[in-house]
Design a protein around this ligand. Structure first.
Ligand code: PBG
Length: 324
C-alpha cells in the first residue's frame, strides 16, 4: 500500500489534453487592450528605441494599424497623443481638434467596431511634463481637475467609448463623471488608473510619449511602491466616486495588489503591463537570453491568475498571433 502514503499530483499532468482539462486560467484575445501612440504630423512612423515593435504613428498610419489590431481579434485600444506644441497648461489635451480627438474621429469613421479608450492626462501636452497645473514647482490638485474634466469631455465628444483618467489628482473620477453627465455622456464609462505607483518601469513610455518631467518627479501624486493599504484607499474612493473599472499599474511587480483589489471590489480589474516590463523582455529576447513567446504568455497568464480581468499590453498583437 506504499502508493497510498503520498498524493499523485502528476496524474493530472500526463498529456496536453489532461493539462488543458485542469487548466484554471485562460488567456484569450478578449482579455487584451492594445496601446497606440498617435503623433501630430504626417508620414511619421517612429519606432520607440526602448520599445522595439512600438511606434509613434501619424494619423495617415493609424488606420492600417487599427485594422490590423481589429483583424487579430483585439476589440479595444487605448490612445495616447503626442502633440506638436506643448504649453504650461497642456492645451493640446482638451483642444477639440487635438491629436487624440482627431485620431478618435478618424478611427470611429474607419473602424467603428473598435472600442476606443482615451487615456486622459496632461503630461504629454505640458511643457514641464507634469500631469497637472504647476505653480511654484508644485502640481496643484484642484485647478488640474478642471482641465482634466475638459479633456475627458472633449475626448467623449470626439467619440471615445471610455475615459481612462491617469493623472492621479484627488477627485478626478467624480469631477470627470459630473462633467460627462452634464453634457449627456452618462453612458461613457470611466476606467480609472486608481492604483498607479510612482514607478521606474514607466521610463520607456516617457520616451514614447515624450512626457518626462523637466524637473522633479511624480511622487507627490503617484503612489509609493511600498504601500498596499494606500492602494485599497485609492481604489475605494474611486469606486465611491463612480469608477466602472479599476487599473493597477504597473502589473508584474504588483500582482499582490491586483489580487487584493480583485478580492475587495466588485468591478473589473485591469493590469497595466507597462513599458518597462515590455522593454526588459524585448532586450533579453533580442540577446537570445529568454524565449520571448513563452515568457510573455507566462507573464500575462500570471496577471490573469492574480485576478486581472483585462490586460493593457504592448504585446497584445503578438499574443493575439500566438493564440491563433
Ligand atoms: C500618463 C501615463 C503614463 C503611463 C500611462 N499613462 C506615464 C507616467 O505616469 O509617467 C505609463 C505607461 C507605461 O509605462 O507603459 N500619465
Amino acid at each position: 500500500m506504499q502508493s497510498n502514503h503520498f498524493k499523485r499530483h502528476r496524474r493530472l499532468r500526463t498529456s496536453d489534453a489532461m493539462r488543458s482539462m485542469v487548466r484554471e486560467t485562460k488567456l484569450t484575445t478578449d482579455d487584451l487592450i492594445y496601446a497606440i501612440f498617435v503623433i501630430e504630423g504626417e508620414n511619421i512612423k517612429n519606432e520607440v528605441p526602448s520599445m522595439p515593435g512600438v511606434f509613434q504613428l501619424s494619423l495617415d498610419y493609424v488606420i492600417a494599424e487599427v485594422k490590423e489590431v481589429y483583424e487579430l481579434g483585439i476589440k479595444a485600444i487605448m490612445l495616447f497623443g503626442i502633440p506638436k506644441e506643448k504649453d504650461k497648461t497642456g492645451t493640446g489635451a482638451y483642444d477639440d481638434d487635438g491629436i487624440v480627438q482627431r485620431a478618435i474621429r478618424l478611427i470611429k469613421q474607419e473602424v467603428p467596431e473598435m472600442l476606443i479608450i482615451a487615456d486622459t492626462c496632461l503630461c504629454e501636452y505640458t511643457s514641464h511634463g507634469h500631469c497637472g497645473i504647476v505653480e511654484q514647482e508644485k502640481v496643484v490638485n484642484d485647478s488640474s481637475l478642471a482641465l482634466l474634466a475638459k479633456t475627458a469631455v472633449s475626448q467623449a465628444k470626439a467619440g471615445a467609448d471610455m475615459i481612462a483618467p491617469s493623472n492621479m489628482m484627488d477627485g478626478f473620477v467624480v469631477t470627470i463623471r459630473k462633467a460627462l453627465d452634464k453634457v449627456g455622456f452618462e453612458d461613457v464609462p470611466i476606467m480609472s488608473y486608481a492604483v498607479k505607483y510612482a514607478s521606474a518601469f514607466y521610463g520607456p513610455f516617457r520616451d514614447a510619449a515624450d512626457s518626462t518631467p523637466t524637473f522633479g518627479n511624480r511622487k507627490t501624486y503617484q503612489m509609493d511602491p511600498a504601500n498596499r493599504l494606500e492602494a485599497m484607499r485609492e481604489a475605494e474612493t474611486d469606486i465611491e466616486e463612480g469608477a466602472d473599472f479599476l487599473i493597477v499599474k504597473p502589473a508584474l511587480a504588483y500582482l499582490d495588489i491586483v489580487r487584493a483589489v480583485k478580492d475587495t471590489f466588485r468591478v473589473p480589474v485591469i493590469a497595466y503591463n507597462v513599458s518597462g516590463e515590455y522593454a526588459m523582455v524585448k532586450a533579453a529576447a533580442m540577446n537570445g537570453w529568454i524565449d520571448e513567446q513563452a515568457v510573455v504568455m507566462e507573464k500575462l497568464m500570471a496577471m490573469k491568475r492574480a485576478g486581472a480581468d483585462l490586460i493593457i499590453t504592448y504585446f497584445a498583437k503578438d499574443v493575439a498571433k500566438w493564440l491563433q
